[in-house]
Design a protein around this ligand. Structure first.
Ligand SMILES: [Zn+2]
Length: 336
């Protein structure tokens, strides 16, 4: 062990302070091999042959502090031998510039710039980071011949009928029971299934590297240092079991929702007919007009649809809300 590994005790503070380690790789007293791959990107490898690979990211949105703190604590525990490591783990703190500023992003939402979309945003301060994280993820997963996972941790600004929920990217690949079991272990209350390709980090790793990838929305947050991390204990424990290669036989119930429509903001005339602070997964009955924009109307066409991520303030051309329906029974019955 070298003294240069001390930064692992507080990877968050080290990263926010724009520091560099004395050496870019080393081995801790507990036998964990670490490689600092660049700002906010850290590879951790167990002493023994790894059984799987897990990319864990937080701070893709800079103001979503609690999962960032949770991940930094996990790094310290792995380095000190307090958290068991059976997997190769790539730790990613995403939008560091925005983290320093305490903002969601500086110029553009980093989680809309993956799968090459960053090339169309040359002036954006987020664009180079999206490219860096794509390369780091591909390099990490290219060296993995075993199960590949990507857990991308976020927090929501708005209230939600289901406080903690996950989103799974759509790649056309069958849904994996292992992922649903893990989401239940993490006590997520709901999972949202996308039906179209996206530009999120998890979509990129699922599509390009075949990772079992999920985006977690873990509830509301406060500024750094003011979070009650107990509220994130279940996902923290499940993440620790995942990297330790342990399974939990206890599985909490999980509701499944599938995206059936997207409300798009087409112009500045766009009007969303729901309160700006309506909780995620609020249900609306068939026939309800939820949005209008010139000639365009969005009306609920299923018996019941729920709205997720409503935001009338996005730039024209962007998504102003997702509509989902409950598919719990059919989805769980379809798993292998
Ligand atoms: Zn987020």
């Amino acid at each position: 062990m070298t003294s240069s590994a001390d930064f692992l005790d507080d990877f968050l503070t080290f990263t926010l302070a724009d520091q560099r380690p004395d050496a870019t790789s080393g081995t801790t007293a507990s036998g964990v091999r670490w490689t600092w791959q660049g700002e906010g990107v850290l590879l951790l490898e167990p002493a023994q042959e790894p059984t799987h690979s897990v990319l864990v990211s937080a701070g893709i949105h800079g103001d979503e502090t609690a999962p960032i703190e949770m991940l930094s604590s996990l790094v310290a525990d792995i380095a000190r031998g307090r958290a068991a490591l059976a997997a190769r783990v790539l730790v990613v703190l995403g939008n560091i510039g925005a983290m320093r500023a305490g903002d969601r992003y500086l110029d553009d939402d980093l989680n809309r710039l993956f799968s090459g979309r960053h090339a169309r945003f040359e002036q954006s301060r987020e664009a180079p980071r999206a490219g860096e994280l794509e390369r780091a993820a591909l390099e990490f997963f290219a060296a993995a011949a075993h199960p590949k996972w990507h857990i991308d941790m976020h927090t929501a600004i708005r209230a939600s009928v289901f406080e903690q929920f996950a989103l799974l990217p759509h790649t056309g690949a069958p849904l994996a029971r292992a992922m649903f079991d893990w989401l239940r272990d993490a006590r997520l209350q709901a999972v949202l299934l996308h039906r179209e390709k996206g530009n999120t980090f998890t979509h990129f790793t699922a599509q390009e590297a075949g990772a079992l990838a999920c985006t977690l929305e873990l509830g509301k947050v406060r500024p750094f240092g003011q979070n009650d991390l107990a509220r994130f204990a279940a996902s923290d424990a499940a993440l620790r079991r995942l990297i330790a290669g342990e399974a939990n036989a206890e599985h909490a119930p999980l509701r499944v929702f599938t995206v059936v429509a997207q409300i798009d903001k087409q112009s500045e005339h766009f009007v969303l007919n729901v309160a700006s602070d309506v909780p995620n997964f609020t249900a609306f009955a068939a026939g309800t007009e939820l949005a209008r924009d010139g000639e365009y109307r969005y009306r609920v066409s299923h018996d019941e649809e729920r709205i997720v991520f409503p935001n009338p303030k996005v730039k024209p051309g962007l998504r102003a809300g997702l509509m989902v329906v409950d598919t719990t029974e059919s989805t769980l019955a379809s798993l292998d």
